[in-house]
Design a protein. Structure first.
Length: 269
């Protein structure tokens, strides 16, 4: 059982929901990323999604696009991101890390070389936004052979047949994108999300994490009531942008956002 599957199973057994924050590696500076990852765990994160900066993040809105630009200005590369994970593992052997990004940096490194390096660094899952399962036949087996969970996105428009097909290629959890559009772009309609998550649950036994549009403890709890976990990104990345020149204040601000979400998830009726 992978580290992600183990965490999800333990949470379910204890009647708890996953809190999965996202930050972009190298933002606001590569030297700060590992400290921020530890701060997220201290604030209640169960799994961390670590974004690999890319020049054309087409699924992301302006907040995360700017985070990628900040990270790339400091020369943050895929190998550096893997180095950050390896450094994080020196103090934390338990919290699953999912790399979230785009295909090009993996392709440039070479899929097999990337899979080897990711496994060696202590990565647990790979979510590649622009790699649909139909085109992952040569890539996903490289991940699963190294106990790296391939994680795929489901959208509000995803059909039932496609949900079944995606689930067959996915492990760890499925990521349901709660809104039509890019990250940080819309308010969540919890009723619509609940209907879609129910249909997803009928079609797969995998845990369902919901992301896009979660901004505070209230929306995190609303989403977690109807799913297995809340995935939180843009609100954290925006806080990084606003506090990028004050590292200690930045950690306090991120903690101040995440801890109320953790408390709300733990107090779901």
């Amino acid at each position: 059982m992978s580290r992600i599957a183990q965490v999800m199973a333990t949470l379910k057994e204890n009647g708890r929901k996953a809190l999965i924050p996202y930050i972009t590696a190298g933002d606001p500076h590569p030297d700060q990323t590992v400290d921020l990852m530890h701060a997220l765990v201290s604030a209640g994160a169960d799994i961390i999604e670590l974004g690999v900066p890319f020049s054309d993040p087409m699924a992301d809105g302006p907040v995360i696009q700017l985070a990628c630009e900040r990270a790339l200005r400091h020369g943050t590369s895929m190998r550096q991101v893997l180095g950050m994970v390896k450094t994080f593992r020196q103090k934390d052997a338990d919290t699953p890390i999912v790399l979230m990004g785009y295909l090009n940096p993996m392709e440039a490194m070479g899929y097999e070389a990337f899979a080897d390096a990711a496994a060696d660094a202590g990565v647990d899952g790979i979510l590649t936004v622009d790699l649909p399962p139909e085109e992952a036949e040569d890539v996903a087996p490289l991940f699963t052979a190294r106990q790296l969970d391939p994680i795929f996105l489901l959208a509000p428009t995803t059909t039932e047949d496609r949900i079944r097909g995606i689930s067959e290629h996915c492990s760890g959890y499925v990521y349901y994108v709660s809104v039509k559009g890019v990250t940080g772009s819309s308010q969540i309609n919890v009723g619509n999300v609940a209907d879609k998550v129910k249909r997803i649950r009928d079609l797969t036994a995998l845990p369902v994490g919901v992301g896009f549009g979660i901004r505070d403890a209230e929306t995190a709890a609303a989403v977690a009531r109807i799913s297995d976990g809340a995935i939180v990104g843009s609100v954290l990345v925006n806080a990084i942008a606003e506090n990028q020149d004050n590292p200690e204040q930045l950690k306090k601000v991120l903690t101040g956002i995440l801890q109320p979400m953790r408390e709300a998830l733990d107090n779901i009726a």
